[in-house]
Design a protein around this ligand. Sequence first.
Ligand SMILES: Nc1ncnc2c1ncn2[C@@H]1O[C@H](COP(=O)(O)OP(=O)(O)OP(=O)(O)O)[C@@H](O)[C@H]1O
Ligand code: SF4
Length: 278
Amino acid sequence: MCEVFFVLVQILLFFAEILNQKMLDKVKHIILVLSGKGGVGKSTVSTQLALALRESGFKVGLLDIDLCGPSVPYILGLEGQDVHQCDEGWVPVYVDSEKSLAVMSIGFLLKNRDDPVVWRGPKKTAMIRQFLTDVHWDELDFLVIDTPPGTSDEHITVMECMKEVKCDGAVLVTTPQEVAVDDVRKEVTFCRKTGIKILGIVENMSGFVCPHCSDCTNIFSTGGGSALAEMAKVPFLGTLPIDPRVGDLAGTGKSCLKELPDSPTSTTFREIVSILSK
Ligand SMILES: Nc1ncnc2c1ncn2[C@@H]1O[C@H](COP(=O)(O)OP(=O)(O)OP(=O)(O)O)[C@@H](O)[C@H]1O
Ligand code: SF4
């Protein structure tokens, strides 16, 4: 009896793996965006990175698997959009008629933005697996995956699924403060233990850009991200200052590269795109 069950599980896993590979088959590059701590700007970085890749002419998908705080639909101004089902699974929401940016988030499945997702681990794990296997992406150059903060069950599920497909690796987001850097240090260890390559570290909220004179003032200490990158021997991808104009783009779906082409934030995103697309 036990053996029959074991064989059945193996068969199911085999088909899940095939399905997983099939859905992500047409995706050339998969990039995870991780942070050890909440509120450091991971969703902002994921979204602006997806938009910057699109501005650079790539076809992009953005998958938000932050089940407890799905903010991508809000940031992109897509709240209230419906996700449709087709024979192969879910059809993502496209931000434009050219279908240059496809988006999937649990936020599209909640009736109300304020509805909490009160699920235990196994249900969350099943949902994440489904997100990774059942979204019908068209041909994509890049799929950016926005993850929840920390190193929880959800992360382990993502890492397990990523082993079955060709994931390029993870971009780690930190802020300059020591507590955030400490948490990202744990994330570095987590990536190493789970075999995910670290593509680099981004230091967000690094200084404040004055909206009047555009001067950048370091209100916290700086350099935590680059010091960690050096210590962990991984690339440092750059700094993004606190820029109220970037904060104001949340909810509009507008790209920083397009709206604020001369800002330090756009300069850093251009560099990140050029590193990731090499
Ligand atoms: N560089 C920046 N300049 C100005 N505002 C920023 C910047 N980065 C993030 N923010 C703002 O900080 C807040 C938190 O950002 P965001 O939601 O991206 O963080 P997060 O790490 O994804 O949070 P969570 O852990 O809840 O998922 C948002 O209001 C966002 O607009
Ligand atoms: S940075 Fe310059 S313009 Fe901005 S608040 Fe300070 S003094 Fe004023």
